[in-house]
Unconditional design. Structure first.
Length: 361
């Protein structure tokens, strides 16, 4: 029953998100107006290989090339060819790249205000709510100021599904079974892991396969389901959780301010016009991977569903208390910390009224 529910709700994500951004189907670039301009090449730093998470950027790359007759080349460099995943913000800062995916949880001290989005168990129930919350926070002056210190502007939002765990060894049957386990748990999820006696560690996505295979960690926290298969963890794992919905991390597309300012206005307008439609492509890619993975995984791994009463207790212990700890910790540097948290909760509540679907990932 769990598999059927997951597949059906993934479909709900795609249709619901299409409703959010006001389109019924992806825009066909061939039908759109051509944009005239000079020859420009943007170098965009990514890690790993092409996957559902990067389909939004693949869409932008393809459409920009078509709409400008090949004049604007939004070139994607995978596999950390230009910069390490943990160093993308630094590469943006010095202008070594024009744009990059930047996960603030990889270096929380550099972007403290934006870390509010990485808190565990936020009341974010679907992609619609998540997009609304992310858009609100990434538009906040304090967050923009943090990015500005690194000569960076937030160009576009990338949505990641809620996190689950995939691991090797004895499958946990309860929350208490996570005590003592070494978990790849980023941002606020690392804080929540400590609340149940686990040992969190920050492992870049590109290093997760080796970490799990060699036993450096017992389980990897990743977006469900696409990331586990994208990094081939499902080839070495023994089990995965299905219902923890731990939270997520945020990795916006960040541009070097100088590179953005140098673009002719028509190119800036073109990029801005593609952002929301690009995320629809991303959501559809997640849907496709969910269907594929949830068909094959039960045949080779054990699916773990944690009893709901235990998850309720876990959320009570590691939700609001972790949020409050974060506010207290960062307020000396970010006086608006409580304001940011309240804004997340308020925006999520308002969005849930507009898009009242059940949890969809």
């Amino acid at each position: 029953m769990r598999k059927t529910i997951k597949i059906l709700t993934a479909t709900t994500v795609a249709f619901s998100f299409a409703s959010l951004i006001g389109v019924s189907a992806p825009i066909r670039s061939a039908e759109a107006q051509m944009v005239e301009g000079p020859e420009v090449t943007w170098r965009v730093s990514l890690w790993g290989k092409r996957r559902a998470f990067t389909e939004s950027l693949e869409y932008i790359t393809k459409t920009v090339k078509e709409r400008t007759g090949g004049k604007f080349n939004f070139k994607l460099y995978y596999g950390e060819q230009l910069s390490k995943s943990k160093e993308n913000l630094d590469a943006i800062s010095v202008g070594a790249v024009d744009a990059a995916l930047v996960c603030q949880s990889y270096h929380p001290a550099k972007l403290p205000a934006a870390n509010v989005l990485d808190m565990p168990f936020l009341p974010i129930t679907n992609f619609d709510v998540q997009y609304a919350v992310s858009n609100k926070i990434f538009s906040h002056p304090v967050v923009l100021k943090d990015f500005g210190k690194w000569n960076a502007i937030i160009f576009a939002i990338n949505i990641l599904p809620q996190y689950e765990y995939m691991g090797k060894g004895k499958p946990p049957a309860s929350v208490s079974d996570f005590k003592g386990l070494r978990l790849r748990a980023l941002g606020g999820m690392g804080r929540s892991a400590k609340k149940i006696g686990a040992v969190p560690t920050t492992v870049p996505a590109s290093e997760t396969y080796t970490a799990l295979q060699r036993g450096t960690v017992d389980a990897i926290g990743f977006p469900f389901t696409y990331a586990f298969s994208a990094y081939k963890l499902d080839e070495v794992a023994d089990w995965y959780t299905t219902n923890m919905s731990l939270g997520t991390v945020n990795c916006p597309v960040v541009a070097n301010k100088g590179s953005w300012d140098k673009l002719p206005k028509q190119y800036q307008d073109l990029l801005n016009s593609l952002k929301q439609n690009a995320v629809e492509f991303q959501a559809a890619a997640y849907q496709k991977k969910d269907i594929e993975n949830l068909k094959s995984w039960p045949k080779k791994m054990k699916a773990i569903t944690i009893p709901e009463d235990q998850m309720a207790e876990f959320r009570k212990k590691a939700g609001q208390p972790v949020w409050d700890e974060w506010v207290k910790e960062v307020t000396p540097k970010i006086p608006e910390a409580r304001e940011l948290l309240d804004l997340v909760l308020k925006t999520a509540a308002e969005a849930r009224k507009m898009y009242p679907t059940t949890r969809t990932y």
